[in-house]
Ligand binder design. Structure first.
Ligand SMILES: C[S@@+](CC[C@H](N)C(=O)[O-])C[C@H]1O[C@@H](n2cnc3c(N)ncnc32)[C@H](O)[C@@H]1O
Length: 223
């Protein structure tokens, strides 16, 4: 099991019905079923070829009826409510596309590959409560966003622009992984700014760099 899969699995709550959307190999569902963390599970993937990998891995659970395989876009082929939904390893816009057409699941674990701020913005606008939101490194940097539907009616639960961009836990208690990500991203942005580009593109990059510089300054002050 890779560190990424292991971090995701360690944040999956117990569930009655668990859904692994965009399951591909199906490792997280295997973890849930083998450890008795859910009564039943759905594995879903838009690609029949990807789904086949999970079907092979989870053959015994499919045979026993504890697991159901669905080849579909997002949750569209799943006909019963799932109290925990995992969507990992795809872009943030795709995750929002999947979630915007359904009621928000009671519990969710999301691991966007990019555009995490769009996922956070969508969740907050839907009144979700984000309980864990942090960056970790497994070669690349990944964000993990864990939460539940409802419970965010209070204004103080609103995310600031910084929290939307970086994730709340990263700002409250920055880990070494997160600090490394910020330093690397600042260096990348600075490098990109040395190239020729339109005035608009330069302004956008400079505005982004300002956010990263400000977050980095907070770490430096803490040293
Ligand atoms: C990189 S894999 C990630 C697999 C696994 N969830 C993980 O984190 O290791 C992304 C998977 O999402 C699937 N996928 C992409 N868009 C999807 C959608 N709208 N609905 C269902 N599956 C989707 C792809 O076919 C692919 O198998």
């Amino acid at each position: 099991m890779t560190k990424r899969i292991s971090v995701i699995c360690s944040h999956l709550p117990k569930a009655r019905v668990f859904a692994d959307v965009g399951c591909d190999h199906g490792y997280c569902t295997q973890f849930m079923l083998q450890n008795g963390l859910c009564e039943r599970a759905y594995i879903s993937d838009i690609s029949a070829g990807s789904l086949k990998k999970a079907e092979t891995l989870l053959a015994e659970f499919l045979e026993s009826g504890q697991c159901t395989a669905v080849c579909a876009d997002g949750l569209s082929g799943i006909t019963e409510p799932c109290d925990c939904v995992l969507i990992a390893g795809m872009g943030g816009e795709e995750i929002v596309h999947i979630l915007e057409s359904v009621p928000l699941p009671q519990n969710f674990v999301l691991q966007p590959m990019k555009n995490s701020e769009k996922v956070r913005g969508f969740l907050i606008a839907r009144g979700a409560r984000i309980t864990k939101d942090f960056t970790f490194q497994d070669g690349k940097f990944y964000d993990l966003i864990v939460g539940s539907s409802g419970g965010n009616e209070h204004a103080d639960e609103r995310y600031t622009d910084f929290e939307l961009l970086f994730g709340r836990d990263n700002l409250l208690a920055p880990t070494e992984d997160f600090k490394r990500k910020i330093r690397r991203e600042r260096a990348n942005l600075r490098k990109r700014l040395t190239a020729k580009m339109s005035v608009k593109s330069r302004e956008e990059l400079l505005a982004k760099l300002k956010f990263y510089d400000e977050v980095n300054d907070v770490f430096e002050d803490d040293l």
